[in-house]
Design a protein around this ligand. Structure first.
Ligand code: ATP
Ligand code: MG
Length: 319
């Protein structure tokens, strides 16, 4: 952590969600929001809240949807100096409604909003040149502005002795072109820490079977893999060491959005603060579980004290 903040690059959004489960938005329905959102922003929020140095690179519009995000991240203790304010485009947004089978309908405004309009400006360069860790969201690799910043930032952070983590969360709703897939493969091969969930592990490794995928990723050079298993908890794999598993916490799931990003923020921050794999995994499981108990993508992100209390008070599933 002393090397400098953990940075994450990508979309900053508000999320506005239906209060009822059902199909889409084709009639007037009750909505709640705006909530600050965007996978990279959720990650940075949790990272900062737990006490890690964290900074966000992205853009918002000059509007209340932007302010709700920048004020929230600043309150969390994150560095927002590299969040640009776009004077011409509004803050990105996502309207979300869950269907009864757990899948989602979206109306996005990301690609044509401020969320996608950032680049290598002075404040970004200044931040990157004092950063110690880069976290990449796979979902951001289809955004050209994110790819540009990531490709410039990574060698600078490496040069400083910094590290890289990758959440290979390619969105199921999107089909990716060959270039994006290649970029994704290259990044995974250079990642120190990988944070896949479910089938993303095999996708990232390009091979089927959990054991084979882990082995392949180690051969590629990955040093640590934190595999998220939803309500079945998570397992951390490292070459030459026994896997470390931890059960999930038993909670009532109100809103599953953001669990993986909070898990990642807590895990990366904890490891960078020098905590053991076991301790980091406990905080990460707690951060993911606590976040699903609140409506809103990052409303349940916890401080170290809040997570300590949550861990003390909450039973483990199947434990
Ligand atoms: P997302 O759904 O946000 O993309 P993900 O698929 O990357 O997340 P998950 O495995 O769903 O990751 O969640 C990350 C972690 O959060 C899990 O490993 C678990 O510790 C915790 N978690 C998620 N959902 C639940 C739940 N319903 N009950 C308890 N813990 C949960
Ligand atoms: Mg999930």
């Amino acid at each position: 952590d002393s090397l400098g903040p953990t940075i994450c690059v990508g979309e900053i959004l508000v999320e506005i969600m239906a209060t009822t489960i059902g199909d889409g938005f084709r009639e007037p329905i009750d909505l709640i929001g705006p909530f600050p959102s965007g996978a990279p922003a959720i990650f940075i929020s949790q990272c900062a809240r737990i006490g890690g140095m964290a900074a966000m690179i992205g853009a918002v519009g000059e509007d209340d949807f932007g302010r709700i995000n920048t004020e929230r991240l600043a309150d969390d203790g994150a560095d927002i100096s590299a969040i640009a304010v776009d004077l011409d485009y509004p803050t990105g947004s996502a309207f979300v409604r869950y269907r009864s089978d757990g899948s989602r309908d979206f109306v996005y405004n990301i690609a044509t909003s401020a969320a996608a309009r950032f680049g290598w400006i002075g404040n970004v360069e200044a931040l990157v040149s004092r950063a110690g860790h880069l976290h990449v969201m796979g979902s951001g690799l289809s955004m050209q502005s994110a790819v540009d910043v990531i490709e410039r930032a990574l060698p600078i952070i490496r040069e400083r002795g910094g590290s890289l983590s990758v959440d290979p969360n390619l969105r199921k709703e999107i089909t990716y072109d060959a270039d994006t897939k290649k970029r994704f493969r290259n990044l995974i091969a250079t990642a120190d820490l990988l944070l896949p969930s479910g089938e993303e592990l095999e996708l990232a490794a390009g091979i089927e079977g959990e054991d084979a995928a882990i082995e392949r990723l180690f051969e590629m050079g990955v040093k640590e893999i934190a595999l998220k298993r939803g309500s079945a908890g998570a397992t951390v794999f490292r070459p030459g060491a026994e896997p470390v598993s931890a059960a999930a916490f038993e909670v009532e799931e109100i809103d599953p959005t953001g669990a993986g990003d909070c898990f990642g923020g807590a895990y990366v921050a904890s490891r960078r603060l020098g905590l053991s794999v076991e301790e980091a995994l406990t905080y990460a499981n707690a951060a993911g579980a606590r976040n699903v108990t609140r409506r809103g993508p990052m409303e349940g992100a916890g401080t170290r004290e809040e997570l300590d209390r949550f861990i003390a008070e909450t039973p483990r599933l199947g434990g």
